[in-house]
Design a protein around this ligand. Sequence first.
Ligand SMILES: [Zn+2]
Length: 332
Amino acid sequence: MDWNSFLGHHRQRGWFANAIRSNRLASTFLLVGPDAVGKRTFARMIAKTLLCLKNDPASFDPCGACEACVQVEAGTHPDWLQIEREKGKTALSIDQFIGPEENRMRAGLCYEIRMKPYSGRRKIAVVDDADTIGVEGANSLLKTLEEPPPGSIIFLISTSLQRQLPTIRSRCQVVRFQGLSEDDLAVLALRQGIANGPEDAKRIAVMAQGSLASFAVLLDDELREFKSQLLQQFDTRPFDFPKFTKALITNMDSAGSDSQAKRDRLKLLIDFVQQHCQKKLYGAIRSDDTVKIESEVALIKRCIAAKEHVDRIVAPAALVEAWSADLASLCV
Ligand SMILES: [Zn+2]
């Protein structure tokens, strides 16, 4: 991967290129934006730019072929650190920041980033799933964010500024990412072999609505079928919410035995309903139907709140019940 094949986000690239050239690159960044639009890859590209052994960082053009570039791409560069939420866990653990109990402060990201860089340049760290840092994890990370080792860079990857604790937010430079443009998505659909030709690519790009995550749905026939049945049920009056709830829980459970897989599926299902309500909202605005406008806005708000809770609660099935009961009372 080089900057030529990296899709979109030109404003953010320009901003980093300037900061690197003028030698005023900050140390801690919060990359905020929708899921699967390229924030992690962006952080990796910046790491390559800074660690490439062939091209100077100021050129903002890592060669992609030297040992450092290859190692960053593979995640094996000794100066590249990355943590992410472990499988089956709902949050990043404090051990990942400051080491396991028997080895506290002698392992983990906050420890390793203070080590002398092998390359003689700098350490670069990525904290993925930063939406799930939690208070304990945040407290262990604060000192590192406050006094980062000279030259080091930390990227926190997040989907929403609201989900960051103020103590974290205030110590980071926020870089916002938007959804990918339809043109970028069409290029990607062709590159990944999802589309049969440019016309097909355009159609897929429109459906994907700015996110690569939606590609997964487009490729999954069963899920696409379920989506259309679910939305049909949602639009049927009277709204049969026990049936709706049951369908959701069954589908969520079918995502696998892993608790995180279920939660990710549930977020996707809630997203189906939210996008559907957004479409209906546009229709209601066009026909100036105030009752419907109010109802759709309330439904959308309820969906957003539900998605934010998915990772925080112990029993996702209880959330499904509460959420669909609220939908029943809000829809007209
Ligand atoms: Zn290189």
